[in-house]
Design a protein around this ligand. Structure first.
Ligand SMILES: *[C@@H]1O[C@H](CO)[C@@H](O)[C@H](O)[C@H]1NC(C)=O
Ligand SMILES: *[C@@H]1O[C@H](CO)[C@@H](O)[C@H](O)[C@H]1NC(C)=O
Ligand SMILES: *[C@@H]1O[C@H](CO)[C@@H](O)[C@H](O)[C@H]1NC(C)=O
Length: 362
């Protein structure tokens, strides 16, 4: 396993390195239009810190938020322990601003905010909707969800939180009798125009094989592939997306975020307890160095994002790796199996949204 990992890493590094010159063509080097460059302007790395118990958490109650899907509604579906809801993320070198839903609504009055990606986008979208709703429980809201699209509108403020389901960000199309994952095509990006804020995420579906793999072929240019190394495919797809951002986003109008790789906790060996999975875990990992290290997919994200200044990385990977206790497991409504991939609400995605909020106001 160790050897396999090293070989893959080497392969990936070589691949990323050799592709460098080609990729530079789309670099956006205008720092005055940079949003991401302001990331550490406050002198604080929000993403380096620890989880601390805080009895004033969670930020909302599951029973009063109308937007939580059964698959994330752990307390409603029988989870008995509650402590996992009481952890607050504490950066080492500063405090996160406390989330203020009213201020959020005032600041984004009349604006459109869209989450684009897989069900982890759904997770974060519902979390933000609940966080805002708890500040204005009597405000008129309109909720819609069907197929690829969702929306929560806070009518009195004209604030729209939209959801656009796209597990790969690049196009998936049915052509000549088969489903094709198009690594260099992103026509669906038309649906993301005109937003004031975009929060993207993609990774988990790139790993799917067999029954849960929705495509028959991958395509790049005129070439078709039956399969390829999934990290390389991810790198190609994400590069297409970054190019789309550079060509289509005006940073003075639209803030763009990337959600970062959300870790799973199916394998106890990741935190040195090989016999376990997330099921039954009631405590975060309290060490500072997570044994599994940073996932390779996060290295791909860093590489691609290093070439665009228009995207702020919500670097949620490490802080979420510490939270083996915060997944729905079996407390997820009709869903079968043990879910160690999504997150209970209230829970970890609330912290992702606090980090989003901190990035917006600092
Ligand atoms: C910015 O990029 C352009 C085109 O890629 C290049 O010609 C120019 O020298 C770069 N400017 C700086 C300051 O790096
Ligand atoms: C950089 O971006 C700013 C704001 O979008 C613009 O005013 C300026 O002309 C750009 N500079 C260059 C060298 O492209
Ligand atoms: C970017 O958006 C700003 C504010 O809406 C606008 O003033 C500016 O002209 C836009 N720039 C481009 C290149 O479209």
């Amino acid at each position: 396993m160790g050897f396999q990992f090293k070989a893959l890493f080497l392969y990936l590094s070589l691949f990323l390195f050799s592709d460098q010159t080609k990729a530079e063509q789309f670099i956006d080097n205008n720092s005055s239009s940079s949003f991401a460059a302001r990331k550490l302007a406050s002198g604080c790395n929000y993403f380096s810190g620890k989880w601390v118990y805080d009895s004033s958490y969670p930020l909302y109650d599951y029973s009063t938020c109308p937007f939580i899907d059964p698959e994330f509604n752990c307390q409603k579906y029988g989870r008995a322990d509650k402590m996992y809801q009481n952890y607050r993320w504490q950066p080492f070198s500063c405090d996160l601003p406390r989330f203020n839903g009213l201020e959020f609504l005032e600041r984004w009055r009349g604006k459109k905010i869209m989450f684009v990606g897989d069900s982890l986008s759904l997770n974060m979208w519902e979390s933000l909707s609940c966080m805002i709703h708890s500040w204005v429980p009597k405000a008129k809201t309109t909720f819609m969800k069907n197929g690829l699209l969702g929306s929560v509108t806070f009518e009195d403020y004209g604030v729209k939180l939209l959801l656009y389901r796209s597990p790969y960000l690049v196009d998936l199309a049915y052509e000549n009798g088969g489903w094709v994952l198009k690594l260099d095509s992103i026509r669906q990006g038309r649906a993301w125009r005109g937003m004031d804020m975009l929060i993207f995420n993609s990774w988990h579906w790139w790993t799917h094989t067999g029954r849960t793999q929705p495509w028959d072929y991958m395509q790049e240019g005129a070439k078709f592939y039956k399969d390829m190394n999934r990290l390389v495919a991810y790198y190609k797809g994400l590069t297409t997306w970054a190019r789309w951002v550079n060509r289509n986003i005006n940073s003075s109008k639209t803030k763009v975020f990337f959600q970062g790789i959300s870790p799973t906790h199916y394998e106890g060996k990741d935190w040195n307890e090989p016999s376990k999975s997330c099921y039954g875990e009631e405590q975060p990992f309290f060490g500072t160095k997570y044994p599994a290290g940073v996932p390779l997919a996060a290295a791909v994200v860093n590489k691609v994002l290093s070439r665009t200044r228009k995207v702020y990385l919500l670097d949620v990977t490490t802080l979420s790796q510490y939270r083996k206790d915060a997944h729905p497991t079996i407390y997820s409504g009709q869903h079968s199996g043990k879910d160690c991939s999504h997150w209970c609400l209230p829970g970890v995605p609330d912290t992702w949204n606090q980090l989003l909020y901190a990035a917006l106001i600092s």
